[in-house]
Design a protein around this ligand. Structure first.
Ligand SMILES: *Cc1c(COP(=O)(O)O)cnc(C)c1O
Length: 378
């Protein structure tokens, strides 16, 4: 069997171990230290819009703290994009709050601003104003931020951006993760850069960042003994993981370029195949890091279904993955409110994510190309 080609696997730059060695030499083996501060500064410089970044143990933790800071508590409602990974929605449940799921639009596959507005009008009519809106930049594609922000502003509800998949993506020249009240980043093993596991919350004031760091380090009051006036969390990033992050930040630009090149590779490959649509920026306002290249297949036109292609690739030890199953269709979220026209459901039925790692080499691409051309030639 040939070597496995992964959807997206870690890709070290080279200097990660140097930062880790430094941490060992100085005995900074803790969830604080120079790598944590350095990684935060690197991210702030990269995002270049006056933001303050708090490095945390996971993107999921970042989202949880963002909800807490937006005042979300038991029984509240939170609007969330339905088409996403479960980690976007789970922290709503951690707070004992109720998710209200909103459909996607066809161009970016992200939250539909029209469905969002319908949802808000109906929730208000039913007597409850949602406490926050979670919008996701899926597979690196920026959501339609002007329209989404306009609705959030009109209803005066804070926006949380789940930019876990979109570090390096931008909308009208502004980085994803810097538009909302808070922005969530993830450095899990399969993301565009990794700290093995980790995340960050993008804040807009030093005050917000300090509060997030306080909550993520067990919420200790300023006293010599251990005194607590808030419920705290153990959510801070380790100085070892942050060392990996510092090494990864040195190569982030080349990682983005490599992922975008993978997307161009697939565009070219599918240009001669009818019935296949590659997720692409709708216009110049959108700049995607193309974390994963994703396609939809019109099986009537292509004579090949999503499952045909997925299983054929698997035969050759090539990993691919259906698009995220919408949250309103998940057993765990059965009976939660949903607004939309089942666009997310259609995308889920026809969509597939293809190997997109920045570390794929020419022989990998050759195998992928051969297999795909073969499947569609039948
Ligand atoms: C990866 C991911 C998360 C969670 O981040 P972790 O660091 O794995 O906790 C949240 N939302 C989306 C859309 C993701 O892809």
């Amino acid at each position: 069997m040939s070597d496995k080609i992964w959807l997206s696997s870690p890709h070290m730059g080279g200097n990660e171990l140097r930062y880790i060695h430094e941490a060992f030499e100085n005995n900074w083996v803790a969830p604080l230290g120079p790598n944590v501060n350095g990684f935060e500064t690197d991210l702030e410089n990269f995002l270049d819009s006056d933001v303050k970044v708090a490095a945390l143990s996971a993107g999921t933790a970042a989202l949880h703290l963002a909800l807490i800071e937006c005042g979300v508590t038991y029984g509240d409602e939170v609007i969330c994009q339905s088409m996403t990974f479960s980690a976007s929605a789970n922290p709503i449940a951690y707070q004992g709050a109720i998710p209200v799921f909103v459909d996607s639009e066809k161009e970016t596959w992200n939250m539909c601003p029209i469905a969002l507005k319908e949802a808000l009008i109906d929730r208000l009519r039913k007597g409850k104003k949602p406490k926050a809106i979670i919008v996701v930049h899926l597979y690196g594609m920026p959501a339609k931020m002007d329209q989404i922000l306009a609705v959030a502003d009109e209803f005066d509800i804070p926006l949380i951006e789940d930019a876990a998949e979109a570090l390096g993506s931008s909308y009208k020249g502004k980085h994803c993760g810097t538009f909302g009240r808070f922005g969530v980043l993830s450095f899990n093993g399969n993301k565009i850069i990794t700290t093995s596991g980790g995340g960050a919350l993008v804040c807009h004031t030093e005050e917000d960042k300090e509060k997030i760091v306080f909550l993520s380090t067990q919420a200790r009051d300023n006293a010599p003994h251990y005194q607590h006036s808030h419920i705290g969390f153990n959510y801070r990033m380790s100085n070892i993981c942050a060392g990996i992050g510092r090494g990864q930040m040195e190569v982030l630009d080349t990682r983005i370029e490599a992922r975008r090149a993978m997307k161009r590779f697939y565009m070219e490959l599918f240009s001669g195949i009818s019935g296949v649509n590659v997720l692409t920026e709708p216009n110049q306002d959108f700049y995607s890091n193309h974390w994963l290249t994703a396609i939809t297949i019109d099986s009537a036109k292509a004579n090949v279904s999503r499952e045909d292609l997925r299983l054929a690739l698997l035969e050759d030890n090539i990993e691919s993955r259906p698009l995220w199953k919408p949250m309103h269709l998940q057993p765990v979220f059965a009976n939660t409110p949903y607004y939309g026209e089942n666009i997310a459901e259609e995308l889920f039925n026809d969509g597939l994510c293809l190997p997109s790692g920045s570390n794929l080499i020419d022989t990998d691409k050759y195998r992928i190309r051969n297999k795909i051309e073969n499947v569609f030639a039948k």
